[in-house]
Design a binder for this molecule. Structure first.
Ligand code: WTA
Length: 656
């Protein structure tokens, strides 16, 4: 079982109609209803989004103009004023939802808590006032480096409440990676915890923050706010480090939501690309609020009775859009789980579903592949009858894994929404609408209303049905990224210039290859750039290469992905050494550790292959295509005539 191959999905003919009882309750409940909405949005995008912004969100002040599009820079709801936390919290307090569960949280050791909308509102206001006391003002960037505890969501919302953009860094990233991100955004404050519980261990976080800040290496950071979670003993630096439980004492829980301009930055979130250091993807307030709100409704058809669980970490875009902002804006109940399947309880996910009566379950194909390996007896031993909808995100799902999910978890009665989107898109772009569109295993189905997705060639011409091409979007949408933080040129180069603008029309190119079938279904084939996806996490090959060459023993490195049953792709690094170095297992191990220290455990190379030289073109470019074939044990096909020195390839082959 690996990534879907072209053959496997070309042969995929199965079609699953939305179940009748699902359709009965659904907001969008027929193919015609979907088509009508899609056509309406296409005919008048500005009118379409304006109507939804008016009816679905609360604005302190209405906009003057729906869309100002100066390609590739878009502004939505120009001069509109709102605060996303008002939409996520305050407006529910005047309704019966005041005492409805907003967040249900379960910790890995089995502790748990539920926060109603009223309680969450109070906690957010209190937290926001503490941020103010620490000198945080509108426009200051705040780093968040947290385990999956309620305070992670509370901290994000507190930042948004006072207009301080948050920059959440996934807790699995190393101190080095954290420092780079804090420096890029000039963060003034870091919010963290002593640690978190994951896979039967207390994982330290504050220690990583200390390393990141040591020797004044992140000079913009003035304070560190620490939430107590694991109760491990940690050093606190006087004047810089503060316990959240100390600072909150006696602080007022009244904090009005700051009126934000629709285009004020809500957050920056770093993601890997094919070149250079990670990019700070910038999202702004109004468009992001509207689009995550609408897609949570459309894709999950979320209802008041639902207990919705997205298993992502808040450190990723999925956690931002579909644990925190989208569900809360809709007044839904969002479940957060700290833990992961682990030796002491491999079936913990199914325990959580049974315990809380989860109705909507949203996870990643890599997790599904791991569940398959752990065995059906685990989910079969739990009552999963509360489930009514399943979702996947992060990478293509192979039809076999889809079928397992459908049968073993969904008991053949839950639709599956395979959602294709990116950090950059802010929200879902392609998916099935569960009450309207019949699903095909392995297909991310159709574009959402307002999303003019297409498959084109490098000149921007649509390719015929069933032929592969580049997945692009033709018209701006409300939650599209606005720029790369501090680097408009990089934004333009990375997303808008690979495919030439045609007839004045700019195409957003996402980095993925895709194919559309004769029924209009999209099949995402995976990245066509130098980005690999390990367990659904994006990593740039260049980033890992830079980490490797920063080790004194390494002269040159080239990193590629090879297919992996569980992770989708595994990292293989081809390394040439400095003259005096001797290749051996100990050095390979040291290099792996070095990458972990530079980036994080998620980037650890599975294989290090030492080589005397790397295959290059005459112009000096490393031929990754050849290395990819070698790494996956395939014969090297295709054109090798541009190779500068053929003997390099022969040697690599012998070494394999
Ligand atoms: C991949 C995660 C196929 C894709 C939300 C994209 C997918 C990258 C799917 C973005 C899917 C995400 N089918 N591929 N349903 N969802 N991807 O920024 O390659 O972490 O470009 O956002 O994940 O990853 P990111």
């Amino acid at each position: 079982m690996s990534q879907p191959t072209i053959e496997s999905i070309l042969n995929e003919k199965r079609l699953f109609a939305p179940p009748a009882d699902f359709v009965q309750k659904a907001r969008i409940n027929s193919p015609e209803a979907y088509q009508a909405l899609y056509d309406k949005a296409k005919a008048d995008p500005a009118g379409f989004w304006a109507e939804l912004a008016e009816t679905e969100l609360h604005w302190f002040q209405k906009w003057d103009q729906v869309l100002d599009w100066q390609p590739p820079f878009a502004q939505w709801f120009v001069n509109g004023k709102l605060n996303i936390t008002h939409n996520c919290l305050d407006r529910h307090l005047t309704t019966w939802r005041k005492n409805k569960a907003a967040l249900i949280w379960e910790g890995e050791p089995g502790d748990s808590c539920t926060l109603t909308y009223a309680q969450l509102h109070r906690e957010v206001c209190l937290f926001a006032n503490v941020l103010k006391q620490l000198g945080i003002k509108k426009g200051d960037i705040v780093g968040i480096y947290m385990p999956m505890i309620p305070e992670a969501a509370i901290a994000m919302l507190a930042c948004a409440r006072i207009g301080a953009p948050h920059s959440v860094v996934f807790g699995g990233f190393s101190a080095e990676a954290l420092r780079d991100r804090l420096n890029d955004g000039q963060a003034k404050l870091v919010i963290t915890a002593d640690g978190g519980f994951r896979k039967d261990k207390a994982v330290p976080l504050k220690a990583e923050v200390d390393k990141a800040l040591a020797n004044n290496a992140a000079p913009s950071v003035e304070n560190v706010l620490v939430v107590q979670r694991t109760q491990e003993k940690i050093p606190m630096e006087p004047g810089r480090d503060h316990w959240w439980h100390d600072l909150r004492q006696g602080v007022s829980a009244v904090c009005p939501a700051e009126p934000m301009d629709s285009e004020d930055v809500l957050f920056v979130l770093y993601t890997s690309g094919s070149t250079g250091k990670p990019k700070g993807v910038v999202h702004t307030t109004g468009g992001y609020n509207l689009y995550t709100h609408m897609t949570t409704q459309w894709t999950f058809d979320i209802q008041d009775e639902d207990v919705y669980w997205c298993t992502a970490d808040v450190g990723w875009i999925t956690g931002h859009s579909y644990i925190v902002y989208g569900p809360l804006s809709n007044g839904a109940t969002s479940l957060m789980y700290e833990g992961a399947p682990r030796a002491s309880n491999p079936g913990c996910f199914w325990d959580v579903i049974e315990k809380y009566g989860v109705t909507i379950f949203y996870t990643a194909p890599t997790a599904i592949r791991a569940f398959i390996k752990m065995g059906e007896h685990l989910p079969n031993g739990r009552d999963l009858s509360s489930l009514r909808l399943l979702g996947t995100v992060g990478e293509p799902i192979n039809p076999e894994a889809w079928m397992w999910y459908h049968k073993v978890i969904g008991k053949e009665r839950c639709p599956i929404v395979d959602t294709w989107w990116q950090t950059e898109t802010g929200g879902h772009m392609l998916t099935a609408l569960p009450g309207a569109i019949a699903t095909k295993p392995g297909s991310a189905c159709m574009p959402l209303p307002g999303i003019l997705a297409d498959v084109v060639d490098l000149e921007g011409n649509p390719v015929p049905d069933n032929e592969g091409g580049y997945l692009v979007v033709r018209h701006p949408w409300p939650s599209m990224m606005r720029t790369v933080y501090g680097d408009d040129n990089r934004f333009r180069r990375t997303y808008w210039e690979h495919i030439a603008p045609k007839d004045g029309q700019y195409l957003y190119f996402a980095g993925d290859g895709a194919r559309r079938d004769g029924d209009g279904y999209f099949w995402v084939m995976g990245r066509v750039d130098d980005v690999i996806s390990v367990s659904g996490h994006r990593l740039g090959t260049m980033e890992i290469e830079s980490a490797l060459v920063s080790h004194g023993a390494v002269a040159e490195a080239a990193v590629v992905g090879k297919p992996d049953d569980l992770k989708g792709e595994a990292i293989v690094a081809f390394v040439t050494l400095e003259g005096d170095q001797i290749p051996n297992d100990a050095l390979a191990q040291e290099l792996r550790q070095h990458v972990v220290a530079e980036i994080g455990a998620l980037a650890r190379p599975e294989e290090i292959r030492f080589s005397e030289a790397l295959p290059k073109t005459r112009s000096g470019k490393i031929m990754r295509r050849l290395l990819r074939s070698l790494a996956s044990g395939q014969e090297v096909f295709g054109d090798t005539s541009t190779l500068e020195d053929r003997s390099v390839l022969d040697k690599l082959r012998e070494g394999a």
